[in-house]
Design a protein around this ligand. Structure first.
Ligand code: SF4
Length: 690
């Protein structure tokens, strides 16, 4: 595979109509969802800059933070390992698993894709099952993920229907809930019988040794809770200093990735199961991977390590939106583990310029990726550095060759360099280009020249501007100097040299800032807000008087024909003898056949409709995870406003694991269609005691 063949790969993607529909679907919904989610965060600009500073600080002092993190992880009882490269990580993981054939349940993790873990384990005779719905689908097809957040983004429902018919033996259907339910049944057996669970890590918290794992379906919770051994693989850059910093990152990551205020399940893992607990992995290992990150840290691409893998830059990129991840191939034809704008930097940065350097050419450098990035990574700047071909040097070598460029492009760029460095030549070239484009502009819709450029397969050739930038600029300056009311060519009113549209925008920003600076809870009824947010994510909240709780709960269970429940030992205001008298059996052990689980919670978060559920003695994690119905009972006094307040509770960091639950389990992995109840509970009901 050469860069020229890479282009033919691109043309194939652009000409694939089904792929184009699937990608458009994904992009529109993701971008719309993201915009809506950020509306609820008026201070997002400040948060973005704070997040960037935190990431910059961590990457500049990575050794110190990593040592602090590892010390804390080990103190908590998790076995920490360090791997220099993919081979070492695979060796460590293989040794933990052992040579006997095992069933390995795996949750989605891009870093395991990076080291091709599945391939290595399967070659050693292990059975590895991906449990994220999108990953499961691509695994059944023998493919790699096409997107870092939505692995099956390239597929339509009929393709998944045919796949399940062929591989799982079910009658052909295009009904997405039926397909999802089929995966639920098959994968439930995997969770319950797996010997080992393998996961990634979204963030590691240096001050507490917390492993934070974020999922929507519940598979992340399953693989870290049900199998006796849990192995987490983490890129060494994924550290944040404190739980406060984690709360900040969590306010940006799900909004950017999936348009949610908080993902359905945010797990905070601190230690293996404790002696008095009845579920959770008995043995936990953390493998911290370098695999080129140290090299990247000391290169001019260092900023790429700030990435929190939200995938937003892929959705925003006009090139990725036409290609999907499978078009991002290396010189040897292998698919890059990380595609899109960030992938075109980290794939060559981690795995070699020779192999993936040409991917950086797959960008228009429009800047949409930088604009959308929640940690404000200057992706266009980094892409140009990869193109320059010398990222290991702090200062770019002007003589270095452009990676992946044809000789024609090099000659063209050289000519452009000469013209652009002479104001006279540049003005003349603009005039000539202006004349040429005005002649061609009326015929632009017929400029369908795919064999040469690929343009025209899926979008019209753009109309040319009627005036050059220089002409517009001079016109505006003249008008402003005369104190006249005039318009620039974009139609924005200009008054006394000021742009009223910008005034409006900045005025709005000031208002938003004022709003952000005001105390957030002023005048907010926490119970009402919690209930609204919970309903918005598909849960249900009921306000109940303490002495009515048992009666209301029994009515609830009887209406649903539930006669046995998995339950915490002690739940405030719940009189268990009433349940027994009403013929409802309260089970203390983990029983996946039970239809309902009843838990309390440590606290609840009004801003996002989230429950904070810790593990502990008499508090099995399975009660909020395995059953179809999760019923939680909280007191109104337990509701706090925000995630950072909830994380300040010392009981969160003292728990072996805590789950932040925001609604019932969900997925949108097939055609971006929201489907409730993939692996975790299908319904979440919260009784709030007055
Ligand atoms: S570069 Fe920014 S937008 Fe892209 S995945 Fe990373 S954090 Fe998200």
């Amino acid at each position: 595979m050469t860069p020229t063949q890479f282009k033919s790969h691109i043309r194939k993607s652009i000409a694939n109509e089904a792929l184009q529909i699937a990608l458009d679907n994904n992009t529109q919904r993701r971008l719309k969802g993201r915009a809506l989610a950020f509306e609820s965060l008026p201070d997002w600009r400040e948060r973005r800059q704070s997040a960037r500073s935190i990431r910059a600080d961590v990457i500049s002092h990575l050794d110190e933070y990593r040592d602090q993190f590892i010390a804390k992880v080990e103190q908590n009882g998790i076995v920490a390992h360090r791997a220099q490269d993919a081979a070492e990580a695979i060796r460590i993981i293989s040794e933990i698993i052992g040579s006997e054939p095992k069933l390995i349940a795996k949750s989605k993790s891009m870093v395991t894709e990076e080291i091709e873990l599945n391939h290595a384990l399967e070659a050693a005779g292990q059975r590895v099952v991906e449990t994220d719905l999108g990953e499961y689908i691509v695994q059944l097809r023998g493919e790699k993920p096409a997107h870092i957040i939505t692995p099956a983004v390239h597929l339509r429902r009929h393709e998944v229907g045919k796949l399940f018919q062929e591989k799982l033996g079910i009658p052909y259907t295009e009904d997405i809930p039926t397909l999802t339910n089929t995966a639920r049944k098959v994968l439930r057996e995997v969770f319950l019988n797996a010997d080992v669970g393998v996961s990634g890590v979204n963030f590691g918290v240096a001050e507490t040794g917390t492993l934070c794992i974020v999922t929507n379906e519940g598979n992340g919770r399953m693989v870290t809770t049900m199998p006796p051994i849990h192995i987490a693989l983490m890129g060494m850059e994924r550290i944040v200093p404190t739980l406060d910093d984690l709360a900040l990152m969590l306010s940006l990551l799900p909004r950017s990735a999936t348009g949610q205020k908080l993902s359905v399940y945010t797990q905070l893992i601190h230690s293996p199961r404790r002696v008095d607990e009845i579920d959770g992995a008995r043995e936990r290992h953390l493998v911290i991977l370098d695999n080129g990150r140290s090299r990247l840290q000391h290169s001019s691409l260092q900023e790429a390590l700030y990435c929190i893998r939200c995938g937003a830059c892929l959705n925003a990129c006009p090139v990725f939106r036409e290609l999907s991840g499978h078009a991002y191939v290396g010189i040897d034809g292998s698919i890059a583990p990380y595609p899109g704008p960030i992938g075109s930097i980290v794939s060559p940065g981690l795995l070699g310029l020779e192999q993936f350097g040409h991917l950086a050419q797959a960008s228009s450098l429009c800047g949409a990726c930088k604009d959308i990035c929640p940690v404000d990574i200057d992706l266009p700047k980094l892409l140009t550095r990869v193109r320059a071909g010398n990222p290991s040097s702090e200062t770019q070598n002007a003589q270095s060759k452009g990676i992946g460029l044809s000789w024609m492009s090099r000659v063209g760029l050289k000519a452009y360099g000469m013209i652009a460095s002479s104001p006279q030549l540049f003005t003349l070239s603009q005039r000539l280009a202006g004349i040429g484009t005005r002649i061609l502009s009326p015929f632009s819709q017929w400029m369908w020249i795919p064999a040469f450029t690929g343009w025209g397969y899926s979008k019209d050739f753009p109309r040319f501007a009627t005036k050059t930038f220089r002409e517009k600029f001079h016109h505006t300056v003249r008008a402003a100097a005369g104190g006249l009311h005039a318009t620039n060519n974009g139609g924005t009113p200009v008054r006394d040299g000021k742009d009223t549209e910008n005034e409006e925008i900045f005025g709005k920003e000031k208002e938003e800032k004022k709003e952000a600076d005001a105390p957030k809870t002023q005048g907010v009824n926490l119970v009402e807000r919690f209930s609204q947010e919970l309903e918005a994510v598909g849960g249900h909240a009921y306000r109940v008087k303490q002495d009515e709780l048992s009666k209301r709960l029994i009515e609830f269970l009887k209406e649903r024909d539930i006669n046995a429940v998995m339950m915490w030992d002690s739940i405030p205001a719940l009189n268990e003898s009433y349940l027994t008298e009403a013929g409802v059996r309260a089970e203390r052990n983990i029983d996946p056949t039970l239809k309902a689980g009843i838990t309390g919670a440590l606290s609840a978060i009004a801003e996002t409709g989230t429950l904070v559920i810790p593990s502990g003695k008499g508090q099995p994690l399975g009660a909020s995870l395995l059953a179809e119905f999760h019923i939680a009972i909280i007191s109104s006094s337990q509701i706090v406003w925000s995630l950072d307040e909830a994380l300040k509770n010392p009981e969160v960091r003292n728990a072996s694991a805590a789950a932040l639950v925001t609604g019932p389990s969900r997925t949108a992995d097939i055609e971006m269609t929201l489907t409730i109840g993939v692996h975790g509970p299908k319904e979440l009901h919260v009784f709030v005691l007055d």
